[in-house]
Design a protein around this ligand. Sequence first.
Ligand SMILES: NC(=O)c1ccc[n+]([C@@H]2O[C@H](COP(=O)([O-])OP(=O)(O)OC[C@H]3O[C@@H](n4cnc5c(N)ncnc54)[C@H](O)[C@@H]3O)[C@@H](O)[C@H]2O)c1
Length: 339
Amino acid sequence: MKLPVNATKKYDIVSFPSFDFLAVEMKKKARGKNVLIVSDDNVAPLYLEEVKSALSGFFVHTFVFPAGERSKNVDTYLKIVGALAENGFVRQDCVLALGGGVVGDVAGFAAATYMRGISFVQCPTSFLAMIDSSVGGKTAVDLPQGKNLLGAFYQPDLVYIALKTLSTLPEREVRCGMGEAVKYAFLSESVTPELLKRGVTEELIFECLKIKADIVEKDEFDKGTRAFLNLGHTLGHAVEKLSDYSLSHGECVVKGLAKIIDMSVKKFSLSEEKKQKMISLLALSGTEPTLPFGLQEVLAETVHDKKREKSGVNFVLLKDIGKPTSVLLTAEEAEALLQ
Ligand SMILES: NC(=O)c1ccc[n+]([C@@H]2O[C@H](COP(=O)([O-])OP(=O)(O)OC[C@H]3O[C@@H](n4cnc5c(N)ncnc54)[C@H](O)[C@@H]3O)[C@@H](O)[C@H]2O)c1
């Protein structure tokens, strides 16, 4: 399948069964000869050799770091840009992210900043990265003070999905991506419960991507409606940090979404029927929605979230399924809705 994204940079998201067409797709865009494949030590043993051999005609370099959110830091970033400099990369050359959202975010930030921006290709290998993080141009690393605090908007030149990579994705990571897929189902009825029930399919991936691309095209630099993509994330990020990243991003989004349902029901006096419809939709994520920490603790952490404004914290609430809305709440107002 193919989906064009009309951001300030125009690019395609393409899917193929394997990496066989990667070089062909890259040559449509790339002018440089050097490619640095950035991957983690779970994904690299599975796919690095295959990607290297698919990239005939390019000079391929590799950088592999330990898997996991803890690697999404300044140290990994500096090592990647260091590798680019040592190997004489110039602007036309390319960084290729082969992995999940962690690889994509840190490799993307390196691509965005090395020589003020070099060519960048996303090869997402996790379900979450396929439907979310590889598209839209948000790149970042975490700081000790919080997630994604150092980053840049930088659209890729190509997003290449090799569907075969899903076959090795651990069950927990599939559920993690389902958390984000359910988020899209809350944002638009085009991701139906029936589609979610069929599990990870190419159709589900592209239905989610259509929603993401549409929102990104309308508000690339996150000044308004792009905030809708943060549905469940404001509380979710706080839970993720409190768990010291032992809970996955998607799991935390589901826990955040559960609280958003409670808050929305209270704020907009939603009917019992609407509430039950939302709860059933959330259950399709397959993740336990209860908060593993006290409300006070989660709210205190939320205040540190980067989405806070001087006068309060921005929450995306739901007037109904498919009807998100941004609401600025003081900590006291949020607490009252959460009680
Ligand atoms: N940039 C954005 O717009 C955006 C959006 C959502 C999330 N994110 C970020 O994405 C990250 C989460 O992404 P993620 O869930 O992909 O995490 P991840 O990159 O840590 O991948 C999850 C795990 O799956 C493994 N893995 C990935 N693909 C695999 C495969 N095909 N086979 C076997 N193992 C595989 C990884 O090694 C890792 O252990 C977070 O840092 C989050 O902040 C960014």
